[in-house]
Design a protein around this ligand. Structure first.
Ligand SMILES: Nc1ncnc2c1ncn2[C@@H]1O[C@H](COP(=O)(O)OP(=O)(O)OP(=O)(O)O)[C@@H](O)[C@H]1O
Ligand SMILES: [Mg+2]
Length: 264
């Protein structure tokens, strides 16, 4: 645990960016190693990252560079081999599985490439049931409002198999945002959609994130989409090779880590 600290150069918080505790996401010396038939695979090799509240951040990098793995750890769906993960002020390493489930319900919304809707539930139930689990008495009313806000009020009783890909992803967005999360994580959310539908989904995601003041992390292979975020993080071979705050990104603001460009 207490190995000698490396030179401070790469440590978060060494500039006037926010201290880790003030960040929405703070990763410190994060490593992920998994065993495979071929031996140990070093998937993440020492990630340090701080993301502020309300920031929109894209994560880019070659296939296999560790983007999804990093996101799964931030979501509390995967545990790192070592390193510290703090999200919305919560140290995920201190939580057991039930604690992680509760943490996700309270703080995180996740959108996947393959929608991940529950096939035996209607659109409305897919959005409402997780809120009910979270103890919301008005879960169904809130879910109806959320579906309306993504333009699907006329599809409440449809099952996922009766919805187009774009409609399914809109349900997934409604579900992700319904719990009023502090952080939205999206892993190639337009990867299975045609360009026009993907564009609609993207506009919706940015609008919802902005309206709700959520931090937003978007994994994408689409350079134009990545550029819409106010900060771009590049992963390569399990390391961050550019965290979007360096010289190429202009001077740091020094206030709250907020990016220099306004969205929209
Ligand atoms: N359960 C596992 N066991 C062993 N290796 C794994 C496991 N899961 C992922 N990996 C490896 O970890 C590396 C990073 O995978 P990850 O899915 O995070 O990449 P990615 O950057 O999201 O790639 P893509 O752009 O293709 O989605 C890959 O080399 C992958 O083969
Ligand atoms: Mg991936």
């Amino acid at each position: 645990m207490s190995q000698p600290a490396p030179a401070d150069a790469a440590a978060p918080g060494d500039t006037d960016r926010p201290a880790a505790s003030a960040a929405m996401v703070a990763l410190t010396d994060l490593h992920l190693e998994l065993e495979s038939a071929a031996g140990t695979v070093n998937i993440l090799r020492g990630i340090d990252l701080a993301i502020g509240r309300g920031e929109t951040v894209s994560v880019v990098g070659p296939s296999g560079s560790g983007k999804s793995s990093m996101m799964m750890i931030i979501a509390g769906l995967e545990r790192p081999t070592r390193g510290r993960v703090t999200v919305a002020g919560t140290d995920l390493g201190a939580l057991d599985e039930d604690g992680l489930a509760l943490f996700r319900r309270q703080h995180v919304g996740i959108v996947f490439q393959n929608f991940h809707l529950i096939p035996t539930m209607t659109a409305l139930e897919n959005v409402a049931i997780p809120m009910e689990f979270a103890g919301r008495a008005d879960a169904f009313d809130a879910a109806r409002a959320m579906l309306a806000s993504v333009g699907l009020d006329h599809r409440e009783t449809h099952y996922p198999s009766q919805l187009s890909g774009g409609e399914q992803q809109r349900v997934a967005l409604a579900r992700a945002f319904a719990g009023e999360p502090d952080l939205i994580l999206a892993d190639e959310p337009t990867g299975n959609l045609d360009a026009a539908t993907g564009h609609t989904i993207v506009e919706l995601m940015f609008r919802l994130a902005r309206e709700r003041g959520a931090s937003f992390m978007l994994i994408t292979h689409d350079a134009a989409l990545a550029a819409r975020c106010t900060r771009q993080i590049r992963l390569q071979d399990g390391r961050i090779v550019d965290d979007g705050t360096g010289p190429a990104g202009t001077a740091e603001t020094g206030t709250d880590g907020a990016p220099r460009r306004a969205v929209g």
